[in-house]
Design a protein around this ligand. Structure first.
Ligand code: ADP
Ligand code: ZN
Length: 734
C-alpha cells in the first residue's frame, strides 16, 4: 500500500471518553457517544452507533461536545477497520454544510455511500443464507433476514447496515449457520497509470500551457486555474500533463466530468495516454464495483478517479489535483437535498487541501471568467485548434426571411446544406434541445391543452412511445383520439417541434439517409447511448438529431455540418443566465463539427439575428460575448457581482405554502446590503402535486448571507405538516 498509512489506533487517540459522532441524518450537529473501555477511536474514524432502536454508521467528529448527562449516553458499538476521513475532508464537509445551510449529517452521508466498504474484506466476500433457521428469532435477527432477502449483501457490515442492527447480530447468525460467508474472486487489481505512456508531442502553445499547470502542481499549494481554449485546442492533452505530474509525486487525482455515463470516449482516451483506465465513480457503476473503489480510494490504492460531482466526497488520503472538465456545465449543480455546485466545491476542497484545481472549458462560466479577469484565478489559454482542424464557419439563418414550409422546421437553406453534406458522404448533426415529438398538444376545436395532473406544465408528446408525458413528475397518459374537453375526434394538434418531429421531417426529405435520434429517451439507458455514440463516431449514421446530450465532448470525425434548429429556444425563459447558457450550448454544439481538418460549417436558425448571443457566435470570438455579458451583469448587480439565494417553500396546499413563506419573510432581520423579496409563486408553481412559493434573497458580494439566513430560520416557525423548505444558495436558474 503506497499512500494510506496502515491503521495505527494508538495515534491521535481521543483522550476523552465521550466523543461527538456525526451520523448521516438531517441533524444539525454531531451526537455524543461514550467510548467503551478497550476501544480506541480518533477523529475521522468510521464507527457504528445506536440511534433509537437502530444501528447506524457515523464518523467520529471533532469540536465541542454537547453538555449532556454522561449516564444517559450510549456507547459506540463498533469501530470499522477503515482509514479515517482525514482532517481536510472533515473541514470540507463542515464547509459545505455551512455554506449551503444543509445539516452536516446530510453532507456526511454523501461521504458514506458505500457501507459495505467500511470493512476491509468487502469485495472478496459475500453473505448467503443457508436456509437454516436461527434458534431464537429476535426482532433484530428478523430484520437481518429480511434485509438479506431484499438485496444481496457483500459484507457483514453491509448487511448490518442494511438491517440497521449491530454487526454482532450478523456474527451471531453466522455462528449459528443461518448465513455463511462466501468468497468471490477478488476484483481485478487496479492498474497503475503509467505517466510516461502515450505522451503526445505538444505544440509550443500547448507546451507552455502545460508548463504553467505542472508548475502549479509542483508548488503543491492552492491555485485555482482557468484553462480556456476552443474545443479541439488540446485542453485535455494539456491537463493530462498536470495529472501526470501529480501522479509522479505520489498524489491522488480527481477529474470531474459533467456526464460521466456518456464519457466512454474520455475513459478510452485516458487509457491511451496512461496505459490504464481511471476508476469511474458515478451512479451507473454497479454497487460492488463502487464499494471496491471507495475502499481503494480510502487506502490510497486508487490514485486516479474520473467521476461525477459526487466523487468530491470520496475519502481521498493524498489528493493533489482536481480537474473540472467543462466547468461551465449546468450538470455540476446538484439540486436535490443538499444544493451544491460541484465546481465551486472543488475549488473549496482544493483550497482546504492546499493544491491546485484546473477548471477547463471552451466557454467558461461568467463567474469563472470574472475570477480569472480579476486575477483571483490564474488564466491559461490555448489559442487555436490543434493541427489543421479549423473551427467551423458559422452563419445565421434569419428565419423571418427563410421560413420553412408550414408545419416544418428545417429552412430551405439548411436543407440544401444537408443534401450537399450527404453527397460528400459526411455527417450532419441537427441540434434541438427538446425531447419527444412536440412540447404541447392542443385541441383545434375548443383550444383544450393537455396539462399534467400533478404539475403546472404541459404534457410532452412522445409519439414513438405513443404517450403524452410530464418531464417533471413522469406522469403519462396514452395519446387519445378525441379531445377530453369537447369530445371532437381527430382534431388534436402537436404544437412546436421536438427531436422526434424533426426526425420525421428529415426522413421524409432524405429517405435514403441513415437518420438517428439521440436523447435521454433512448431505450436501453446510458449504456445503449454510449454504443450509439460510438456508432455515430464510426460513421454509421448520416444525420444525427439530438438534444444537448450530443453537445458534449464527443469526437465525430466525419461530422462537417451542424444545424441548430431553434437557437432562440433557451433565450425566452427570462432567466438571467439565459444568454450565457445559450451561448455556451450553441458554441459547444457547433464545435462538434470539423474536428479532423475537413471544411465544416454551422447554420444557426434564429428569429433574432441581431441578438448579442447570435452576433458573438458568428464573430467566432467568445471575448465579444463575455465583455458585454459581464458589463450587463455588473450593471444589474447579478451574479457574480451580487449574490442570490432562492428559498422554495412547498406544501400540499397553496395556502400552506404561501403562509409559511410569509412567516419566513417576517422572520428575516434588517440587514444592510441584503434584501429578501417575495414570496411569489415559483416559476413552476406546482410540481408533483406540491404548490411552490419562492423567496429571493439579494445581497451584495460580500454580505454575510449565511448568518442572515441562519438568523431568519432560527426565528421563523418550524415547517409543519406537509410544508417543506429548500434553500438554494447561488441558484443556477430561477
Ligand atoms: P479539447 O479538450 O480542448 O477539446 P482535445 O485535447 O480533445 O481538445 O484535443 C482535440 C483533438 O486533438 C484530440 O483528438 C487530441 O487527441 C488531438 N490533439 C490535441 N493536441 C494534440 C497533440 N499535441 N498531439 C496530437 N494530438 C493532439
Ligand atoms: Zn407532472
Amino acid at each position: 500500500m503506497r499512500l494510506g498509512a496502515p491503521l495505527n489506533l494508538t495515534d491521535q487517540l481521543f483522550p476523552e471518553t465521550i466523543v461527538p459522532v456525526l451520523v448521516p441524518l438531517p441533524s444539525d450537529r454531531p451526537y455524543s457517544y461514550t467510548v467503551p473501555e478497550g476501544m480506541a477511536v480518533r477523529p475521522g474514524a468510521i464507527v457504528q452507533v445506536p440511534l433509537g432502536p437502530r444501528q447506524v454508521a457515523g464518523v467520529v467528529w471533532d469540536g465541542p461536545i454537547d453538555a449532556i448527562d454522561a449516564k444517559k449516553l450510549r456507547p459506540i458499538t463498533h469501530v470499522f477497520e477503515c482509514p479515517p476521513l482525514d482532517e481536510t475532508m472533515r473541514r470540507f464537509i463542515d464547509w459545505v454544510a455551512e455554506y449551503t445551510l444543509s445539516p452536516p449529517g446530510l453532507v456526511v452521508r454523501m461521504a458514506l455511500r458505500a457501507p459495505a466498504a467500511f470493512d476491509p474484506e468487502p469485495w472478496i466476500t459475500g453473505i448467503e443464507a443457508t436456509g437454516e433457521a436461527p434458534d431464537r428469532l429476535t426482532a433484530a435477527r428478523q430484520r437481518v433476514i429480511a434485509a438479506a432477502e431484499e438485496a444481496h449483501a457483500w459484507s457483514k457490515s453491509g448487511l448490518a447496515h442494511a438491517a440497521g442492527v449491530s454487526v454482532s447480530v450478523v456474527d451471531g447468525l453466522i455462528k449459528q449457520n443461518v448465513f455463511r460467508i462466501t468468497r468471490f474472486p477478488p476484483p481485478p487489481a487496479v492498474a497503475e497509470p503509467d505517466t510516461g505512456y502515450g505522451r503526445a508531442t505538444l505544440s509550443p502553445d500547448q507546451a507552455k500551457a502545460a508548463g504553467d499547470l505542472v508548475a502549479a502542481v509542483e508548488q503543491a499549494s492552492f491555485a485555482p486555474i482557468l484553462l480556456e481554449g476552443a474545443t479541439g485546442s488540446g485542453k485535455t492533452e494539456v491537463y493530462f500533463e498536470a495529472v501526470a505530474s501529480a501522479l509522479d509525486q505520489g498524489k491522488q487525482v480527481l477529474i470531474l466530468l459533467p456526464e460521466i455515463a456518456l464519457t466512454q470516449s474520455f475513459i478510452d482516451r485516458f487509457d491511451a495516454r496512461f496505459g490504464a483506465p481511471p476508476a469511474e465513480w458515478h451512479s451507473d457503476v454497479p454497487p460492488r464495483r463502487r464499494e471496491a473503489i471507495w475502499r481503494q480510494v480510502a487506502e490510497g490504492r486508487v490514485r486516479i478517479v474520473a467521476g461525477a460531482r459526487s466523487s468530491l466526497f470520496l475519502p481521498f488520503q493524498e489528493l493533489g489535483l482536481i480537474v473540472v472538465d467543462e466547468e461551465h456545465d449546468p450538470a455540476y449543480k446538484q439540486e436535490d437535498r443538499t444544493f451544491y455546485h460541484a465546481r465551486d466545491m472543488a475549488v473549496v476542497r482544493a483550497s482546504l487541501g492546499g493544491f491546485p484545481v484546473v477548471l477547463a472549458s471552451a466557454t467558461p462560466s461568467v463567474e469563472t471568467r470574472v475570477n480569472a479577469g480579476s486575477g483571483r484565478y490564474a488564466h491559461v489559454r490555448l489559442k487555436a485548434r490543434h493541427g489543421d482542424a479549423a473551427l467551423p464557419e458559422l452563419a445565421l439563418v434569419d428565419m423571418r426571411r427563410h421560413p420553412p414550409a408550414r408545419g416544418r422546421f428545417v429552412s430551405p437553406v439548411l436543407a440544401t446544406e444537408i443534401k450537399k453534406t450527404l453527397q460528400r458522404g459526411e455527417q450532419t448533426l441537427l441540434f434541438l434541445n427538446r425531447r419527444g415529438y412536440a412540447p404541447l398538444t392542443l385541441c383545434r376545436v375548443c383550444g383544450h391543452r393537455f396539462q399534467c395532473h400533478n404539475c403546472s406544465t404541459w404534457l410532452v408528446d412522445h409519439r414513438l412511445r405513443g404517450i403524452l408525458q410530464c418531464h417533471h413528475c413522469g406522469f403519462s397518459m396514452g395519446r387519445p383520439e378525441a379531445c377530453p374537453e369537447c369530445g371532437t375526434l381527430d382534431h388534436l394538434v402537436a404544437c412546436g417541434p421536438g427531436v422526434e418531429r424533426i426526425a420525421e421531417e428529415i426522413v421524409e426529405d432524405f429517405p435514403d439517409a441513415r437518420t438517428i435520434v439521440l436523447s435521454s429517451d433512448i431505450a436501453g439507458g446510458p449504456r445503449r447511448l454510449r454504443r450509439e455514440l460510438e456508432a455515430v463516431a464510426d460513421g454509421e449514421a448520416d444525420i444525427v438529431i439530438g438534444t444537448q446530450l450530443v453537445a458534449k465532448g464527443h469526437h465525430f470525425p466525419k461530422m462537417t455540418l451542424v444545424g441548430a434548429i431553434d437557437a432562440d429556444l433557451g433565450l425566452a425563459n427570462g432567466d438571467p443566465r439565459a444568454a450565457e447558457r445559450t451561448f455556451q450550448l450553441l458554441h459547444q454544439v457547433t464545435g462538434r463539427a470539423g474536428r479532423t481538418g475537413l471544411a465544416s460549417h454551422g447554420l444557426i436558425q434564429t428569429f433574432q439575428p441581431q441578438h448579442p448571443v447570435m452576433q458573438a457566435l458568428i464573430a467566432g470570438d467568445p471575448e465579444n460575448f463575455y465583455e458585454s455579458e459581464i458589463d450587463e451583469r455588473r450593471r444589474s448587480a447579478l451574479p457574480p457581482f451580487g449574490r442570490l439565494t432562492a428559498i422554495i417553500v412547498s406544501a400540499d396546499t397553496r395556502a400552506d405554502a404561501e403562509n409559511h413563506a410569509r412567516e419566513i419573510r417576517k422572520a428575516a432581520p434588517e440587514a444592510p446590503e441584503i434584501e429578501m423579496l417575495g414570496p411569489a409563486e415559483a416559476p413552476l408553481a406546482v410540481v408533483r402535486g406540491r404548490h411552490r412559493f419562492r423567496l429571493l434573497v439579494e445581497a451584495t458580494r460580500r454580505a454575510p448571507i449565511q448568518s442572515y439566513l441562519r438568523a431568519t430560520f432560527a426565528k421563523a416557525p418550524r415547517p409543519r405538516g406537509s410544508v417543506q423548505v429548500q434553500i438554494d444558495v447561488d441558484p443556477q436558474s430561477f
